[in-house]
Design a protein around this ligand. Structure first.
Ligand code: AMP
Ligand code: ZN
Length: 137
C-alpha cells in the first residue's frame, strides 16, 4: 500500500529502529515509547487488521511476539509486559497496518485500560458463545 506508513518502513523508504525480522514479520521500536522498550510487531505483507491475516501470518506474529517478549524481559527486566492490539477506529487503531504492541510495564507507570466488567448471567454467555461458534470454520 503506497500510502501506508508501516509499508514504507518495511520497504526501507522511511527510517525506523529495527529490532528483529524474519520471513513474515518485522519488529521495530514504537516512536511513542509508552515505556522504554516499547516494540511493534508487524506483518511484512500489508494487512489492515487481525481480520485480514492468513494463518501463516498469524502464526508468525505469535512466534515473533513470544520471542521478543522473552528478549525484552531478559534485557530490560521490566516488572511486567502488556500486549496490546487494536482493530478499527473504535478500538483505538490509528495505523491501519496490522501490528501488535509489546509494552514493558512498571508499577504506577500511567498506562491504563479501563475494563468495565458486566458479569452477565450464564444464559447470556451461552447465547453469545453459540453465535460465535456458528461462524467458526
Ligand atoms: P495503534 O494506535 O495501535 O494503531 O498504534 C500505532 C502506533 O504506531 C503508535 O503507538 C505510534 O506511536 C506508532 N507509530 C506511528 N508512526 C510510527 C513510525 N513512523 N515509527 C514508529 N512507530 C510509529
Ligand atoms: Zn501497510
Amino acid at each position: 500500500m503506497s500510502d501506508c506508513v508501516f509499508c514504507k518502513i518495511i520497504a526501507g523508504q522511511i527510517p525506523a529502529t529495527r529490532v528483529h525480522e524474519d520471513e513474515h514479520t518485522l519488529a521495530f521500536m514504537d516512536i511513542g515509547q509508552v515505556n522504554p522498550g516499547h516494540v511493534l510487531v508487524t506483518v511484512k505483507k500489508h494487512a489492515d487488521n487481525l481480520y485480514a491475516l492468513d494463518d501463516v501470518q498469524a502464526a508468525a506474529v505469535a512466534r515473533t511476539s513470544a520471542r521478543l517478549a522473552r528478549a525484552i524481559r531478559d534485557s530490560l527486566k521490566p516488572e511486567g509486559l502488556s500486549v496490546y492490539q487494536a482493530n478499527g477506529k473504535a478500538a483505538g487503531q490509528t495505523v491501519f497496518h496490522y501490528h501488535v504492541h509489546l509494552v514493558p510495564r512498571h508499577e504506577a507507570d500511567g498506562m491504563e485500560l479501563t475494563w468495565p466488567v458486566k458479569n452477565p448471567p450464564r444464559e447470556k454467555l451461552e447465547d453469545c458463545a453459540g453465535k460465535i461458534r456458528a461462524k467458526m470454520g
